[in-house]
Write a protein that binds this ligand. Structure first.
Ligand code: ZN
Length: 260
């Protein structure tokens, strides 16, 4: 995502901190973090993440989850450079897939390198599942003892080149993970709200925001990530589910009661 596509994309630490605080105030409990230089170019640079993490922490207790995906084409060492900051959580994508015209590369050696780093810093992983084969890789990691359930999954549905954002795929993915594991869905583009609504009805959890979708509705750019949080909170309340408090979210995710 760039400013030319979405002029309200936060870039500087204070802008990022404010966006997370407003998302937290609206009901978000996890903040998924990607780094960007002041000119908007994606970076996984340690100092960028240090500044972002501090700006967020100074404003709200949202659970900080660093991306280790970075941007397509980044070397693995760059993708994990900021994990030494010991965020609450970090993502771990369990396989390679096409990503539009690009390839999002996550070979088994890459997965093992990222997982090793996540474990060495005592960070809770979020397993990113873009297609069915990645569920099989999760089973391999469980069988080898490299990961022990329960863990948290994120089903990313609707990336061009990976699993489509359909009810059938969401149901299949949600049924395919070990008992006791928790999950969110991240629906891409125009499917974001529909997939979030399904997940809420199914008892799952949701991810919304600019990484996956910049349009509030057809033809109308969202003026903030917060609009998406507000919308899923309204939907959740209409079906009788209340957004988790930070304490409830930390318990659901099996995180320590307070951030380290
Ligand atoms: Zn991400």
């Amino acid at each position: 995502m760039t400013r030319s596509q979405q002029p309200r994309l936060p870039l500087l630490p204070d802008e990022v901190g404010e966006e997370y605080r407003r998302a937290f105030d609206a009901g978000a409990t996890i903040g998924h973090v990607h780094g960007r230089r002041p000119d908007g170019v994606p970076t996984q640079d340690l100092e960028t993440f240090r500044a972002y993490a501090a700006a967020i922490r100074a404003r709200c207790p949202i659970i900080q989850q660093f991306s280790t995906g970075g941007a397509v084409g980044m070397a693995v060492e760059e993708r994990i450079a900021a994990l030494s900051l010991r965020p609450d959580m970090a993502t771990l994508t369990l396989g390679t897939c096409n990503f539009g015209d690009d390839v999002f590369e996550n070979s088994l050696p890459t997965i093992r390198t990222i997982l090793e780093r996540i474990r060495s810093f005592g960070i809770a992983p979020e397993l990113e599942i873009f297609d069915d084969g990645m569920l099989g890789t999760a089973d391999v990691l469980f069988a080898k003892g490299l990961l022990a359930p329960p863990v948290h999954f994120d089903f990313v549905l609707g990336v061009p080149g990976a699993a489509a954002a359909t009810p059938e795929n969401l149901l299949h993915f949600a049924r395919s993970i070990p008992n006791g594991c928790t999950w969110t869905v991240a629906g891409i583009g125009r499917r974001q709200t529909a997939m979030a609504t399904l997940a809420i009805a199914m008892g799952g959890h949701v991810r919304v925001g600019f990484e996956d979708n910049i349009w509030y509705r057809k033809g109308e750019l969202a003026d903030s990530n917060v609009r998406f949080v507000e919308r899923v909170v309204r939907i959740a309340r209409e079906v009788g589910r209340e957004p988790a408090s930070i304490g409830e979210a930390r318990a659901l995710l099996r995180l320590p009661a307070v951030a380290a």
